[in-house]
Design a protein around this ligand. Structure first.
Ligand SMILES: *[C@@H]1O[C@H](CO)[C@@H](O)[C@H](O)[C@H]1NC(C)=O
Ligand SMILES: *[C@@H]1O[C@H](CO)[C@@H](O)[C@H](O)[C@H]1NC(C)=O
Ligand SMILES: *[C@@H]1O[C@H](CO)[C@@H](O)[C@H](O)[C@H]1NC(C)=O
Ligand SMILES: *[C@@H]1O[C@H](CO)[C@@H](O)[C@H](O)[C@H]1NC(C)=O
Ligand SMILES: *[C@@H]1O[C@H](CO)[C@@H](O)[C@H](O)[C@H]1NC(C)=O
Ligand SMILES: *[C@@H]1O[C@H](CO)[C@@H](O)[C@H](O)[C@H]1NC(C)=O
Length: 391
């Protein structure tokens, strides 16, 4: 009798499947790396299944292999970079001029490296090019390639002058190098796509410097204290979001949930989280483009507990009105480990990665049966009740 029952059971299951709905879900999975007190930057090696993560406190580079379909980290190898565990590996940035190669910075050795990370997990990254930062420059922190030049923010006061500088050199002729004096202390460096001006966030001085590479002229755009302070993360965006976007991380009392944009006019334009679900003190350290065909123009913002435990560790996706004048949608994803000091965002194809400075971890956000931008924010119910009784 088993045989006749089986087809009807299949039919019943098929009917159930036809009438039920797939559950939409999102999950943030944490992956532990070797123990280190500072896990900093991360970047995918373009066109490969490898991701590089810098651990600065012991100057190690973690090479992580990703599953090509799910993008999940599946294996890693750790490599010492520089002369010792005090070489201060920090910056990690993909080269376009040398496809498949990656730029690294050794802050304490005052060096930039171009490396071939190799698409063999266990192979030691090989050094293709070394750039020594000339005096009086000191302490290359974050590193970028813009057009045919490599740029680095020199985060440490010069031993010769006590000043801070932004370094730039032609990738093919590194003797063609420039040091631009700046304020304390340069972090992110990006190019505004219309004017081609270079913008630099300076965290402690709470100001953004512009550089006209043609004339060599620089100017300062101070962040108005009423909006917030401490600009750090900065990206170049195109299309509807065109311009550079930057975040303000705040100070020891927390952040202000503020971030900003600079377009062709060179004016600072500020935006603020409208409905902060994780406290009003989001300290926004880093930023990434979250725009998709389905979801339209959007940004990922990373709130961190790095400067104040008044700020949560959270990944926040914001959307805008059509004219990009105000924030209209906010999705909050709390990092599972709070006080993790969330540090950088890396956007893959369908998932998003976050590095946790304080917990030698990377976290990966993945959606099932939906895509980023379709998750309904909790404010959809319009219920802002704060209950007076528990239970
Ligand atoms: C660096 O190496 C020295 C000597 O091998 C060791 O004593 C020290 O604990 C190491 N420090 C870190 C942060 O790994
Ligand atoms: C990968 O690199 C390791 C270490 O250099 C080497 O032993 C191994 O043969 C390499 N594997 C392949 C497939 O090239
Ligand atoms: C940069 O400087 C050049 C040379 O002085 C000038 O022609 C150009 O207009 C400047 N760019 C901007 C955006 O001001
Ligand atoms: C921290 O930032 C807040 C808000 O911008 C400001 O009122 C306060 O003076 C700042 N504190 C310090 C120590 O700079
Ligand atoms: C949080 O912010 C308040 C002021 O808004 C400040 O008094 C307090 O010290 C801060 N706490 C921490 C842990 O930063
Ligand atoms: C990128 O992700 C989308 C889903 O968001 C998927 O349909 C597509 O196949 C992925 N492409 C690659 C190259 O993995």
């Amino acid at each position: 009798m088993l045989r006749p029952i089986f087809p009807s059971l299949v039919l019943v299951l098929a009917l159930c499947a036809g009438t039920s709905l797939s559950l939409v879900s999102r999950r943030l999975t944490e992956y532990q790396l070797p123990v280190a007190t500072q896990t900093h930057e991360l970047a995918r090696v373009p066109g490969s299944n490898f991701l590089l993560v810098s651990q600065m406190s012991n100057s190690h580079l973690i090479k992580i292999e990703l599953d090509p379909d799910s993008e999940e980290p599946v294996a890693f190898q750790s490599f010492p970079m520089g002369k010792s565990n005090e070489s201060g590996l920090h910056g990690v940035w993909p080269s376009s001029k040398y496809p498949g190669m990656m730029w690294l910075s050794l802050q304490s050795e005052n060096k930039l490296l171009l490396v071939d990370p190799s698409q063999n997990l266990s192979a030691v990254p090989s050094i293709i090019k070394t750039i020594d930062i000339p005096e009086p420059g000191n302490g290359p922190h974050s590193i970028f390639e813009i057009g045919n030049r490599v740029w680095a923010g020199l985060k440490v006061a010069s031993e010769q002058t006590g000043q801070y500088y932004v370094f730039s050199a032609d990738v093919a002729n590194t003797n063609d190098a420039v040091l631009y004096p700046c304020l304390n202390s340069p972090v992110f460096i990006q190019e505004e796509p219309t004017t081609r001006l270079i913008y630099v966030t300076q965290d402690t001085a709470s100001s953004i410097m512009s550089i006209n590479v043609t004339s060599g002229e620089t100017a300062q755009l101070p962040i108005p204290p009423a909006v917030g302070n401490t600009p750090v993360g900065m990206i170049t965006a195109y299309s509807q979001l065109a311009g550079v976007w930057f975040t303000l991380v705040g100070n020891a009392t927390g952040g202000s949930g503020s971030f900003g944009h600079i377009g062709p006019t060179g004016e600072l334009q500020f935006f603020q989280l409208q409905k902060p679900m994780l406290g009003a003190n989001a300290g926004l350290l880093h930023i990434a483009d979250a725009s998709t065909v389905e979801g339209g123009p959007a940004l990922w913002l990373l709130s961190t507990s790095l400067l104040s435990t008044n700020s949560s560790d959270a990944l926040i996706r914001v959307t805008f009105d059509d004219a990009i004048t105000s924030v209209t949608g906010e999705e909050y994803v709390s990092i599972p480990t709070q006080n993790a000091m969330a540090h950088r965002i890396a956007v893959l194809n369908a998932t998003v990665l976050v590095s946790e400075l304080n917990t030698f971890t990377i976290a990966q956000l993945a959606y099932s049966n939906t895509v980023a931008g379709q998750w309904l924010p909790a404010q959809v119910t319009g219920d802002n009740t704060v209950y007076e009784e528990a239970g």
